[in-house]
Design a protein around this ligand. Sequence first.
Ligand SMILES: [Zn+2]
Ligand SMILES: [Zn+2]
Length: 134
Amino acid sequence: MTTYTGGCLCGQIRYAFDAEKLEGGSCYCRDCQRATGSPMTTVTMTDTLRVSGETRTYSLQSAADRTVTRHFCPTCGSQLFTDAEMVPGARFVKCATLDDPSALNPMANYWLSAAADWAPVDRSLACFAENPGE
Ligand SMILES: [Zn+2]
Ligand SMILES: [Zn+2]
C-alpha cells in the first residue's frame, strides 16, 4: 500500500490517501469543465481520504439527477475532491492536485458526448459517452 498526498495551490488544504495502485478516469462533462476551467478533470476514487484544513463545498444535481458535492479551497479556489451521491462513502480526488500527478494510471474517459472539439482524448483508454450504466 502506498500513501499519496496532494493539496491546493496556496497550501492551506492538504490531503492523503492510500492505494495499492493509483488508477483513475477523466470526466469530460460540462459540470467538470465549468468547475475546473479545464476540458476534463481526472479523478481517482478512494475511501481512505484524510484532509487537513477546512474546504468549502458546492453541491449540484448531476446530469443523472444525483447530488455531486465539490470541495475546494476557500482561499485559492483549487478544486480538490468530490463526493457523489451515486457512490456513497467514496471520494473522487482530482489527480492534478497530487504532489506527483504522474503517479496516476488513467484507465477510462467518461462523458465524451460533452467533450469540447479541441479536448485532448486518449482513445486507447476505455471510452464512454456518459457514465457507464446510465
Ligand atoms: Zn488553497
Ligand atoms: Zn464530470
